[in-house]
Design a protein around this ligand. Structure first.
Ligand code: BT5
Length: 318
């Protein structure tokens, strides 16, 4: 009901009377007043005049379904959003419900208290500064294809961020960098049988309006945000919807063609690694090698002192 009232207020430039809302929604004026008060508590600025009714003045900077959905053009992703002020980790929660929920459900939080990277690393997720979300999918694919969805995700985020006219690079397998610093990390996790994915969780963390003082000392050296790079405050709701729109386009296309090459091409063309000497970090060894390519399966092709090797996943340091 609250969303419906909000939609009515959004669609009008002037005051909407309580009577009109009451007629449209079939609820009492007292009930409307209660919902309006709730909206005000959530940060909506609503002007109320006894004679004229209600007028929406401004909406809060939050990533709830009501705020994102006006920009969504997807067929199914994000049609349901579970939104939290604070959560331990959207991926941890998404994994716990991924088997029994709708395909395309999105979990979004304003803050994560235990945001996760790969291999138990921490993802710093300060309140209302970024986009911290997980998309739950039920693709009909074998587990061996799961890493390709990280490529789909990275290339779709790249495409979305291009509009900011900054130097964006994709760092295989799961990072996006601006001017050499990390702005986005992707954490793809799955629940699978031997030859079938039951559910997949794609976690996306993007530093949007993060300021230097929001990063700890370690991150100041290696991380950045759209705000830091563009000097502008960025509309997180629009950006969230645009990422979901782009991601779904790529995802649906990939599921129907099973052809990863168009997306790999985006990753290759904008790779932070190809033709660079990097440090390959394996559990028991570290060595320097030259990155030659990313092959058609999404594996990193490296030249280790004349010996060509391929990595399906792993840790690479520039
Ligand atoms: C990643 O791991 O880059 C995957 C990050 C995924 C985060 C999303 S947010 C929504 C969803 N819910 C979660 O709990 N996670 C996902 P990895 O490649 O392991 O990189 C982790 C490393 O990135 C850390 O060890 C830090 O060095 C660095 N890091 C941590 N927080 C960062 C931030 N906000 N921005 C840039 N770098 C960060």
């Amino acid at each position: 009901m609250k969303s419906k009232i909000l939609n009515i207020l959004r669609s009008s430039d002037t005051y909407v009377s309580g009577e009109e809302i009451s007629k449209l929604l079939g609820i009492s004026r007292a009930a409307i007043w209660k919902h309006i008060n709730q909206l005000k508590k959530e940060g909506y600025q609503i002007d109320s005049l006894t004679k004229n009714g209600y007028k929406l003045i401004s909406s809060p900077d939050i990533l709830s379904f009501d705020e994102i959905s006006p920009f969504l053009k997807t067929k199914f992703i994000g049609h349901d959003i579970l939104y939290y002020e604070s959560i331990d980790s959207t991926n941890t929660f998404a994994k716990s419900i991924s088997q029994n929920c709708k395909d395309g459900l999105v979990i979004i939080a304003e803050e994560q208290t235990k945001g996760r990277g790969r291999l138990g690393r921490t993802w710093v997720s300060p309140k209302r500064k970024g986009i911290w979300m997980s998309i739950i999918l039920h693709p009909n694919l074998p587990p061996s294809e799961a890493h390709k969805l990280t490529i789909i995700t990275a290339s779709s985020i790249y495409n979305t961020l291009c509009k900011f006219n900054v130097d964006i690079k994709i760092k295989w397998p799961n990072d996006i960098l601006i001017n050499g610093k990390k702005i986005c990390g992707i954490l793809t996790e799955m629940n699978a049988e031997l030859n079938h994915i039951n559910s997949l969780v794609i976690g996306i963390g993007i530093n949007v309006n993060t300021e230097v003082e929001d990063f700890n000392e370690e991150l100041t050296k290696i991380a950045t945000s759209l705000r830091i790079e563009t000097g502008k405050f960025i509309d997180r709701k629009k950006l969230t919807a645009e990422i979901l729109n782009n991601f779904e386009d790529f995802y649906i296309d990939y599921l129907s063609t099973k052809d990863i090459r168009p997306y790999l091409e985006i990753v290759r063309k904008n790779s932070a690694l190809i033709n660079k000497y990097v440090e390959i970090i394996k559990p028991n060894e570290k060595y320097i090698a030259k990155v030659v390519d990313i092959d058609d399966d999404g594996q990193l092709v490296i030249d280790n002192d004349g010996k060509i090797e391929k990595l399906l996943s792993g840790e690479v340091s520039l």
